[in-house]
Ligand binder design. Structure first.
Ligand SMILES: Cc1ncc(COP(=O)(O)O)c(C=O)c1O
Length: 442
């Protein structure tokens, strides 16, 4: 709904603007009310703990700290330095990495920086296409074009929902790319990192492997997915707010000292001026939470995804990759083309307070009404849901999408169902994270 400002002849400018401010608070309040009683299953989102939310509202959000810890271009950074150095240490420990950079403000920003650092203008790279699960920032529409790179798509086996290793080997041999980007947005199974590294070496291709772990960083941290740095990736680039339950932002992790100067410079001053210090503070806490509780959270997340996929299949949905146990990540992919397509089903589910996104599947040509929906269970896991709840959610989804029950009816049941799941877990202050905002408002 678009909110219109009252006409200025009726009110003074100050009154008008006061109403605008009220409208902003009111819309956010209603958004919170909606999300409190909905099932948020967008695979790229999560909720942060109460501690992280408090830090996001701290004075760190007002400050500048260009440069590195101990070597800033501005005064006033003593405590910012303490927090950033702690974030760096915690990240090294959690991911077993020698080097970390926590400055990029988003996953795309981090990808641009890493691509900038590890390629030269005119180089050829290989990455997944968007229908095969690749992110737009791996494609010629984004970072690679900014750098003037030629992009070839990695061969994909839609049956296995993974990269076709044999064809990848052949293409690396033929094309001798300078970079392979692994990792994806639709990401059900670990990618062949070791195989890519071997193929690069056999082809004498002198290519770097960039692993974009944006979707699975929380699972990597919790040791429930592949470990790309141990498998030979040169750099792990990731958002910090999908399965990893931190503030929106990104991180770069790597082990090879020789890459440090290029990667650090590509972030600052290359692609970030001032980084978002309140997000660094929140990230430090999320890293500590993941060191303490990450394994339990990640393991329950993968169990929940498998349980939801199995039950959706039993309820009559066409869930991808039954022969492989459906998924090994936080995601479930469902082909809903026979039910009217991804746009229709995602929108019907939204009316029942079940939030998923339409998603292209490998055989789709257009993003407008793709065949699929993508579901992520990481946020539901954070608020305490387990396999039993996944089974109930599959039934809600069937009632909307297959039985064609009016979404309003199902919505009432979803709201009731959600009442018992108001607190964020796997943190040091398990509690109602939405209540914090209401308190701030006074
Ligand atoms: C694989 C992948 N990389 C990068 C991004 C971009 O991250 P951000 O939204 O933080 O820029 C996404 C976003 O969903 C993604 O799926």
């Amino acid at each position: 709904m678009v909110v219109r400002l009252p006409s200025s002849s009726e009110f003074s400018l100050e009154e008008e603007m006061r109403k605008a401010v009220e409208s902003v608070f009111e819309a956010v309040r209603r958004h919170h009310e909606f999300y409190r009683f909905a099932l948020p299953m967008i695979a790229s989102e999560n909720v942060t703990s109460l501690s992280v939310r408090k830090l996001l509202a701290s004075d760190f959000s007002h400050r500048y700290a260009e440069g590195d810890v101990g070597k800033r271009f501005y005064q006033g950074c003593e405590f910012i330095d303490e927090v950033e150095s702690l974030a760096l240490e915690l990240a090294k420990r959690l991911f077993g990495a020698e080097h970390v950079n926590v400055k990029p403000t988003s996953g795309v920003n981090a990808n641009i920086a890493a691509i900038f650092a590890l390629t030269n203008v005119g180089d050829r790279i290989m990455a997944l296409s968007v229908p095969d699960g690749g992110h737009i920032s791996h494609s010629k529409f984004s970072a690679p074009s900014i750098r003037g790179l030629k992009v070839d798509y990695l061969p994909f086996n839609a049956e296995e929902m993974n990269i076709d290793v044999e064809r990848m080997r052949q293409e690396i041999e033929e094309k001798k790319p300078r970079m392979i980007i692994l990792g994806a947005s639709l990401f059900l199974f670990p990618h062949p990192v070791r195989e890519a590294v071997e193929a690069i070496s056999e082809a004498d291709a002198n290519a770097s492997v960039l692993y974009d772990g944006s979707h699975v960083l929380g699972l990597i941290a919790g040791k429930q997915f592949q470990d790309p740095l141990r498998e030979g990736a040169d750099v792990l680039v990731s958002s910090t707010h999908k399965t990893f339950p931190g503030p929106q932002g990104a991180i770069l992790l790597w082990n090879n000292d020789e890459l440090s100067e290029r990667l650090e410079n590509a972030v600052f001053p290359g692609t970030v001026s001032n980084h978002h210090l309140h997000h660094v503070a929140g990230l430090a806490v999320a890293l500590a939470e993941m060191l303490a509780f990450g394994e339990a959270y990640a393991s329950q997340t993968v169990k929940n995804a498998k349980a939801l996929a199995r039950k959706l299949h039993e309820e009559g949905f066409d869930v991808l990759c039954k022969h492989k146990g459906f998924t090994a990540s936080h995601q479930v992919a469902v082909d809903v083309s026979s039910l009217g397509g991804g746009s229709k089903i995602a929108s019907l589910l939204e009316s029942a307070h079940i939030i998923v996104n339409k998603n292209m599947l490998p055989w789709d040509k257009s993003p407008e009404n793709p065949s699929g929906i993508r579901i992520g269970v990481q946020e539901l896991t954070r608020i305490g849901m387990k396999e039993r709840e996944m089974a109930e959610i599959a039934v809600f989804m069937r009632r909307v999408a297959i039985d064609c029950e009016p979404p309003e009816n199902v919505k009432r049941d979803v709201i009731e169902f959600r009442r018992d799941f108001q607190n964020v877990h796997f943190s040091f202050d398990d509690g109602d994270a939405y209540a914090f905002f209401d308190e701030l408002k006074g």
